[in-house]
Design a protein around this ligand. Structure first.
Ligand SMILES: CC(=O)N[C@@H]([C@@H](O)[C@H](O)[C@H](O)CO)[C@@H](O)CC(=O)C(=O)O
Length: 321
């Protein structure tokens, strides 16, 4: 058994540039910068990365995910964006994870090959959600086919049942997954079923990461053993979540809860006003001062007064940072 483990680590360490880096800590699920006319705006990516590292203390990004409106982007746009994120992140970010999930297997494979070419640190794949996999085995076959075109690129399964409508427990996806995908490195778990989450953590292999994706209840996931967190609010509240994680690690649950409750207060205020991706993006514009532009239809542009009200709430709850 020990030998098997050692052999595995050895293979792993020669596979990719970042192979020995276990993914931990905060990972910002980035918004996609658009111009006012709705075209992708590469010029904002460099300043965005500087903002995350310098102002939020965030050193990992998850690009072209849900927050990045990947499903509303063309394959060509996703490639250009992924390349720019990887290039501008060099020397500044620890890891760039490129989401390559698509409705079409061939598109997902094309994006996977491209992610390997541009030396992304890892890829993530969400379940297709128009024609849905009917069970865990079908889902795993889909993931395997995607991973097979870049067999040494670290691979994460992206679990988001509320949006995909694919209600296969993430734990069932993990069963036997490394036999199908030797580059498998973990799960980005964006669901609220903490029992399923806990079962993923307890089954987790030493070189995997189980990452939580519901920012408003991160503390519960940390208690359950989460290795890190991927989310949208780490774009503008990463500095506070970093304090939450430190407090948790130092055993200061009172402080960790205080911060988590403040985030919950902010998000419940936002939810009362109608919190969607358009609002979230505009809130990021307001808080960061970056110009990430509008979202793309069908996500609607947020009325400025709504985002400003949420930004005021943000500053009243978090007067510092
Ligand atoms: C459904 C959704 O967008 N969830 C967000 C959360 O960060 C979410 O915005 C946050 O918890 C506020 O509800 C992330 O899990 C999504 C994400 O990581 C991504 O953009 O791929």
């Amino acid at each position: 058994m020990a030998f098997e483990k050692e052999k595995h680590v050895q293979v792993y360490s020669v596979m990719t540039p970042s192979a020995d880096k276990k993914l931990t800590g905060l990972i910002a699920a980035t918004f996609t910068p658009f111009t006012r006319e709705g075209e992708i705006n590469l010029l904002e990516i460099g300043p965005y990365i500087d903002y995350l590292t310098e102002k939020q203390g965030v050193r990992n990004i998850f690009v072209n995910g849900t927050t990045g409106e990947s499903m509303s982007l063309s394959v060509a746009e996703r490639k250009i964006l992924a390349e720019e994120w990887c290039q501008k992140a060099k020397g500044k970010m620890d890891q760039v994870i490129v989401h390559v999930g698509c409705m079409c297997l061939k598109d997902a494979q094309e994006l996977t090959r491209h992610a390997a070419q541009i030396r992304a640190d890892a890829i993530a794949v969400i379940a297709p959600s128009f024609f849905k996999p009917s069970n865990a085995d079908v889902l795993k076959s889909f993931l395997q086919e995607v991973a097979s075109v870049a067999p040494t690129l670290p691979f994460y399964y992206y679990h988001l049942p509320a949006l995909t409508g694919v209600n296969v427990p993430a734990r069932d996806v993990l069963d036997g997954i490394e036999k199908l995908i030797p580059s498998f490195r973990g799960v980005k778990f964006s669901g609220s079923d903490l029992m399923d989450f806990g079962r993923c953590v307890s089954y987790c292999q030493p070189h995997w990461s189980v990452l939580y994706g519901v920012d408003e209840q991160l503390l519960a996931a940390l208690a359950m053993g989460s290795h890190g967190a991927v989310g949208s609010t780490y774009n503008y509240a990463g500095c506070h979540f970093n304090k939450l994680i430190s407090a948790f690690e130092n055993g200061d649950l009172v402080q960790a809860r205080t911060i988590q409750f403040k985030v919950q207060e902010l998000l419940s205020h936002a939810m009362k006003l109608g919190f969607d991706l358009g609002v979230n993006k505009q809130l990021m514009n307001e808080v960061s001062g970056l110009c990430l532009g509008p979202p793309r239809l069908p996500v609607m542009l947020c009325p400025p007064d709504r985002a400003q009200s949420i930004a005021r709430k943000y500053h009243s709850i978090f007067p510092e940072c």
